[in-house]
Design a protein around this ligand. Sequence first.
Ligand code: DGL
Length: 283
Amino acid sequence: MSIGVFDTGVGGLSVHRALVERLPQADFIYLGDQKNAPYGGKSGEEVVVLTRAACEYLFEAGAGLVVLACNTASAFALRRLQQTWIPQYRQQIGRAVNVLGIIVPTIEAATGLPWEHEAERRGDKVEKLDVIGIFSTPGTVASRVYEIEIDKRRQDVAVFSEPCPNLARLIENGVERDVLKAEVEKHVGALTRRIGRAPDRAILGCTHYEIIADLFREALAPSIPLIHQPTAVADSLQLYLARHPEYDPGATALRRFVTTGQPGEATPLLTSFWGAPLRFEAT
Ligand code: DGL
């Protein structure tokens, strides 16, 4: 079996790179749904339908586990698919399959607490000592998943989210660095003004943004730590595999990159992030 990694486009490669580094012998198939990207402005229902189709493709291509390397898909589709589709799909395909998301490990990293932990609700007002700024797609921001789940665990942390409606598409198209820099500065400025100061920590809550993490670092000031979603996901996948021997990740270091969009070479922005030439095949 292999591990499937899914994103709407090239953003999930930021998570994929960390998974490949962590499990170099494992077999991986990466799928980008570039035909339907971006998902950031789509309805929750559309995201569920498209994510399910992508997972089905990856399972049929031999994946046992699929990692949704997309915050928008994790926010809208993960729970629905795990609860309403996976149980019957397992029976249909006759083997162990599961879908994992990337928001739970990120929240664990941000709060320093395991997912099972819920803070005791105190009636009195709790002082917010730590401000986390999150940059995401409009869909992820609208879901309020980071605000809700962090607040359940850490009432002393305030979360401010900034929607960046155009950024994933610009990264997907591999536009010039100056254009990306201006867009990042605009959103960092907007969030800073809303908080009234710089955040204490930040999360790049859309996997595309990690590809230009250096621009966020520059705009935010290098002293502000970024909670690194790809590392959090790699940690969590490694633990999951150790607990679930029914998911054999393979051992031939298979790397396949598939797209529902135009096959061919990745953009120079992507190639430089990946560190080697990268070619997508058609689904
Ligand atoms: N990379 C995706 C995420 O993490 C979404 C990009 C998009 O399709 O809008 O949310």
